[in-house]
Ligand binder design. Structure first.
Ligand code: PLP
Length: 396
């Protein structure tokens, strides 16, 4: 069976059920032979905002390299310098012989950037939530998770060692009903800060208001970190919320363009992470050139305000144009535009229109939810590229 076209862009599935007839994550018909087509078709980057796709050069609004730091000359040069000076790998956990002053410098820079007492480096953004849950195991009587939370937050639930339940996405009455039903006093709420599927923000202040005392909120801010808030500190800063009940986890692979992740909080939390997580203790840390490049990326984003200003201007210009056509966007603005075609035929038509406007059709599907189009605006897209996106969406 050929699945050419059907899986041409994206599918989150990675496994096929025993029968080999449908994917256990997205329920699409697949065979064992078609396994490789579950991955997206490879794309070739041509330069910072263009890709080569099926022989055509197209504007790229995919990925989440919001400032294109992954190809910024200073970040590349920090990486190359890191290779020359330090080699690749410490080949041991930081608890044995694998600690290095670069990791400590990077953690200090993370503290400065995010204005927190402690930052604990983890080898990926995905792993931050797992490490955190291992360290907090047994502290809570119930976990409540937003139904659209990132899969890494779902994966960390078993480590928390308490019952858990879902509440409807960002829906405060549903959350309140769940709190009443559980009669739990020590709740941990798990949510993304900036949801990448539609650019919305978690209503963090309301969550703080309705949660019982003794509760905590784990905010996976992989997309908010670096991109939103006056200093790029993420969802809580963008919403004007500050609370020591919030624990923020961040990725260095999106706005910072490199790789790795960090858990932000106070010294007491750091102590728990270092003492209470097996993953933290047994994992080789980030390759040293990446740590060196991430350090430079944080410094650059902290000192060069023009990057964030350009991202805000680009976001505002696209959203303002689309708002005039009746589309609405979450407030405060975030650099993600989601377009949900009403049916597969409308999706195919939109995809063709994007191609005509020389835009790569970034179609996304998570699990069983309907496929949709997501456009991540960057600080480096040109006026012409943004106008192309506006025209394609307006004629939708
Ligand atoms: C919300 C969210 N959390 C965590 C991750 C994982 O981060 P990383 O790619 O750094 O492992 C992602 C990556 O897509 C994400 O979107």
């Amino acid at each position: 069976m050929s699945l050419q076209g059907e899986f041409s862009i994206n599918c989150s599935a990675r496994t096929i059920s025993e029968s080999g007839t449908h994917c256990e994550h997205c329920s699409r018909a697949v065979t064992r032979q078609s396994f490789s087509s579950l991955l997206a078709e490879p794309l070739q980057q041509v330069n910072r905002t263009w890709v080569l796709f099926r022989g055509k050069q197209l504007t790229y609004f995919g990925g989440c390299d919001y400032f294109r730091l992954a190809s910024h000359p200073e970040i590349i040069s920090a990486f190359n310098e890191g290779v020359k000076r330090f080699g690749l790998n410490v080949a041991a956990s930081r608890f044995t012989t694998g600690n290095h002053r670069l990791y400590e410098r990077l953690e200090d820079e993370l503290c400065r950037f995010f204005g927190v007492e402690s930052a604990t480096l983890v080898s990926s953004g995905y792993a931050t939530n797992l490490v955190l849950a291992q360290a907090l195991a047994g502290e809570f009587s119930h976990a409540l998770i937003d139904s659209r939370a990132h899969q890494s937050l779902y994966d960390c639930l078993p480590f928390l060692q308490c019952p858990h339940s879902k509440f409807a996405h960002a829906h405060v009455p549903a959350l309140q009903a769940a709190i009443r039903k559980r009669k739990a006093s020590r709740i941990v709420l798990l949510t993304d800060g900036l949801f990448s599927h539609d650019g919305s923000l978690a209503p963090l202040q309301t969550y703080l208001d309705v949660l019982p005392g003794g509760s905590r909120i784990i905010v996976d801010d992989a997309h908010g970190a670096g991109t939103i808030g006056q200093r790029g500190r993420g969802a809580a800063e963008a919403l004007g919320v500050s609370s020591n009940k919030i624990i923020q986890t961040v990725s260095l692979s999106k706005a910072f363009g490199v790789y790795g992740g960090a858990i932000l909080g106070d010294d007491a939390l750091r102590r728990k992470l270092l003492c209470g997580s097996r993953l933290m203790r047994g994992n080789t840390p980030l390759p040293l050139p990446l740590a060196h490049a991430a350090f430079r990326a944080l410094q650059l984003l902290r000192s060069d305000r023009s990057l964030r200003k350009r991202l805000e201007d680009n976001t505002r210009s696209v959203q303002t144009a689309l708002q005039r056509d009746g589309l609405s966007f979450p407030q405060p603005p975030t650099p993600i535009i989601a377009v949900n075609p009403s049916n597969p035929a409308a999706a195919r038509r939109f995809s063709s229109r994007l191609m005509r406007h020389k835009i790569f059709p970034t179609q996304i599907q998570y699990g069983n939810s309907a496929p949709y189009f997501r456009f991540a605006i960057s600080s480096e897209h040109t006026r012409e590229q943004l106008d192309g996106l506006i025209s394609a969406c307006l004629s939708a």
